[in-house]
Design a protein. Structure first.
Length: 393
């Protein structure tokens, strides 16, 4: 008996008190912090709606770049392109359809809208913004012409010629602060850049953190990136340098509106004031893309990462990705959209009444809302850490 007791004692001593400390993924996920996530969103709201083609948009890009550099993601670059609304493609926004009882309503991306359906509109009336200071900040209009967007890259130690792209769009509309659309997604990507860029963190595969511009006008910023860089993938430049300005795309993950999942509107159009207990992180791919099967498998890897590492909310996978910056990439690499709700079936049916509205301000949301965005960050961080073979010294 003494020998058995001694053996049990030795096993207890040998076993780690916190097994997650030996798991580099768990170590990285534990670095995500609700207070820091909220602070990054709050920092973005100082620039109002960040509408493209304005001084406040340009100032926000400068601020984002400075933050990325302060995290250690110092190899920032900018994409330059021009935007002329008179010659631009149609907006990615879709008009609401008439809803007749018993007649299926097909929303954006091929999704079927069900239940209580309400219009998903854009506010263009400045007088609906009661905060006079915010209204004044958002007053200068967009001007056609040159545009910029910023990204930085974590270089892979073993495969610098390959990368995953993690992205969000930093511009907004609606005369609010664009706190959710898309401050919540931009802050998520910035937080992941902070963690992956920390001393002692390495990855085998490169990771690019991109903050697109002109999403609200028709995905123009992401489309410009694809047009300029798709043919540069995997090319070593200069030859023999070991440097790859555009690593080969292994996957693209877009984050767009991360915080509000209060459920379907009530029959009178009102919404629950609290985050619903069954809120989830929605991971969508597009069945019509050339990489649909690969994207579906990638989406389920994200769902499994959520199962293991996210603290509060589950993840669900859907096949109707639409209306966001992953669309220009989807025929070149497996592409996903991570959101608070399904874009076509739910967002398009009025599930987020702050969407493009003056009420999309930081003060509207509570910690349950912010925590949904943090769980999406946990999901993406865990999945990409696994796929890029992240390690922590």
């Amino acid at each position: 008996m003494r020998r058995l007791a001694l053996l049990a004692l030795l096993l207890c001593i040998a076993a780690p008190a916190h097994p997650q400390q030996t798991d580099p993924i768990a170590q990285l996920v534990s670095q995500l912090d609700l207070t820091k996530y909220k602070a990054t969103i709050k920092g973005l709201t100082q620039f109002g709606d960040r509408r493209q083609g304005t001084a406040r948009n340009a100032a926000a890009i400068d601020w984002i770049e400075a933050q990325l550099k302060s995290y250690g993601c110092s190899n920032t670059e900018r994409i330059h392109y021009a935007y002329d609304p008179t010659g631009a493609p149609p907006s990615h926004r879709y008009p609401s359809q008439a809803h007749a009882p018993g007649v299926p309503v097909i929303g954006p991306g091929g999704a079927r809208e069900r239940g209580n359906i309400f219009p998903d509109k854009v506010n263009e009336d400045p007088l609906k913004q009661p905060d006079l200071k915010l209204r004044e900040l958002n007053t200068p209009p967009s001007v056609p012409g040159p545009r910029e967007e910023v990204f930085c890259t974590k270089i892979g130690a073993k495969h610098p010629d390959q990368m995953y792209i993690l992205s969000a769009h930093m511009d907004g509309i609606g005369w609010g602060e664009a706190a959710n659309d898309d401050g919540s997604g931009t802050a998520l990507v910035m937080e992941l850049a902070r963690i992956f860029s920390a001393p002692g963190v390495s990855t085998d595969i490169s990771i690019r953190f991109a903050l697109w511009n002109n999403e609200e006008t028709g995905l123009n910023g992401a489309a410009a990136y694809v047009a300029q860089r798709k043919d540069l993938q995997g090319i070593e430049s200069p030859a023999g340098s070991g440097k790859y300005p555009e690593p080969r795309w292994l996957g693209m993950i877009q984050h767009d509106m991360m915080m509000f999942d209060h459920g379907m509107p009530h029959k009178d159009g009102t919404m629950s004031k609290e985050q619903r207990p069954e809120a989830d992180v929605n991971i969508e791919y597009q069945t019509t893309s050339k990489f649909a099967d690969d994207a579906m498998r990638l989406a389920h890897k994200f769902q499994l990462a959520d199962d293991k590492y996210a603290t509060d909310y589950p993840a669900n996978v859907g096949p109707h990705m639409t209306n966001t910056d992953s669309t220009p990439f989807m025929d070149y690499t497996p592409s996903l959209s991570v959101r608070e709700v399904e874009r076509g079936a739910q967002m398009g049916a009025g599930w987020d009444p702050q969407h493009h509205q003056p009420t999309d301000v930081y003060s509207f949301y509570n910690d349950d809302d912010f925590r949904l965005g943090l769980n999406a960050a946990q999901t993406t961080l865990a999945a990409i850490a696994q796929l890029s073979k992240a390690a922590v010294k």
